[in-house]
Design a protein around this ligand. Structure first.
Ligand code: GLU
Length: 371
């Protein structure tokens, strides 16, 4: 059973360079972008959160700078990105403003999605923008990202961002309408696959190499993106983005490939907290707090009696009472600051620490309790 596009509440759209940039004429495909903005406005109007991961900075910049075709050196693509990103962001802001939507530019590097502290920051900012009904326009910060520390392709970047914000759907717009059993332009017997319930080694084998000079991605990185997305609780679609209003096309039953996630974002996040991270310390809570946690509450500083270990904000910690482990969570304060506010009401945090931190020591969304 194929899911219905209308059921999704938080959607990430990834648009590739070859769709956005008209290289022959040396500019962005304005008419196409304006039509995509209509699709986004439709989603927005029915209350969905929308985030766009937009490529095109390097492709656009190299055109503006008149760089010759062929592979670019790292510094050349960084310089091209610096030039192209301005045009890209401005155009997004314009086409969205036409539908009374506000764009916010976010440039991320690999470290922003991998290091816990920076991850939490990037996540908080992005969620705040969505909260304020803005449309975040995300790209890799190519100008500062050097080869060892960059994604290099926006497919995987989009998948990371999608799981980071707990999106329920990621749509990768491409110049092909989904996954085929073999590359369709070289194999006439290639068959289209409408639904992938699990990315098996067979599915992996169907992805060839990168597709074109403009899009680094190709099917390989799209399948990698699919692994990141579906294991993080996000469904994914690969769809043909070339025609105008590509999202409407998918909604009307246009051909695409669905990759289904077995879990939902909230469950995936809890699994990640419960299993993936090494706890850096322990919070000992009192009986009242232990009871409140089991009732679904967040852990407040006032309920913590003792802090052990040296952890930083965003690290995983054990949560326990004197007799047993209750669960794990991501702590909102460094160990030093945490020990200064334990046992105290949240209203006093600012006076004690000199800054306005979170009211919760561990927010319930950042916590996985043992049964
Ligand atoms: N971040 C690159 C750009 O904006 C694109 C990477 C990709 O095409 O996946 O030019």
């Amino acid at each position: 059973m194929m899911p219905d596009l209308r059921q999704f509440r938080r959607i990430v759209l990834k648009v590739g360079s070859s769709l956005l940039v008209d290289r022959a004429r040396g500019r962005l495909n304005h008419a196409w972008l304006a039509a995509l903005a209509e699709d986004i406005a439709d989603l927005h109007a029915r209350g969905a959160d929308v985030l766009v991961v937009s490529s095109g900075a390097i492709a656009m910049g190299r055109t503006v700078l008149g760089l010759p075709p062929g592979p670019l050196k790292l510094e050349e693509s960084q310089a091209a990105a610096a030039v192209g990103q301005i045009a890209l962001a401005r155009t997004w802001a314009e086409v969205l403003a036409h539908h009374d939507m506000t764009a916010g530019q976010i440039l991320v590097t690999l470290a922003d999605t991998e290091e816990r502290r920076r991850y939490l920051n990037a996540r908080a900012t992005t969620l705040k923008l969505l909260d304020m009904r803005a449309v975040p326009i995300v790209n890799e910060n190519d100008t500062v990202a050097t080869s060892e520390i960059r994604y290099g392709d926006n497919d995987r970047l989009a998948a990371r961002v999608a799981t980071m914000i707990g999106a329920d759907l990621l749509v990768l717009f491409s110049d092909i309408d989904g996954l085929y059993t073999a590359p369709p332009n070289s194999d006439p017997n290639a068959k289209h696959i409408p639904l992938v319930e699990r990315i098996t080694p067979e599915i992996d084998a169907m992805a060839g190499g990168p597709a074109s000079e403009l899009s680094r991605g190709g099917m390989r990185t799209k399948i990698e993106a699919g692994k990141i997305a579906t294991s993080g609780g996000t469904h994914m679609i690969i769809a043909d983005g070339r025609a105008k209003n590509p999202l409407r096309r998918v909604q009307d039953g246009g051909r695409c490939t669905w990759f289904l996630t077995p879990s939902n974002p909230a469950t995936a996040r809890k699994t990640w907290i419960a299993g993936a991270l090494e706890p850096r310390g322990t919070l000992y809570v009192d009986q009242g707090a232990a009871k409140a946690l089991r009732g679904g509450a967040s852990l407040l500083p006032v309920g913590v009696r003792r802090v052990e270990g040296s952890f930083a904000r965003g690290d995983a910690v054990m949560i326990r009472d004197e007799t047993r482990v209750l669960g794990r969570g991501l702590v909102a304060y460094d160990a030093d600051d945490a020990s200064r506010i334990i046992g105290r009401p949240s209203s006093e945090i600012e006076a004690i620490l000199g800054y306005h931190g979170r009211s919760e020591m561990v927010h319930r969304d950042d916590m996985a309790l043992v049964d």
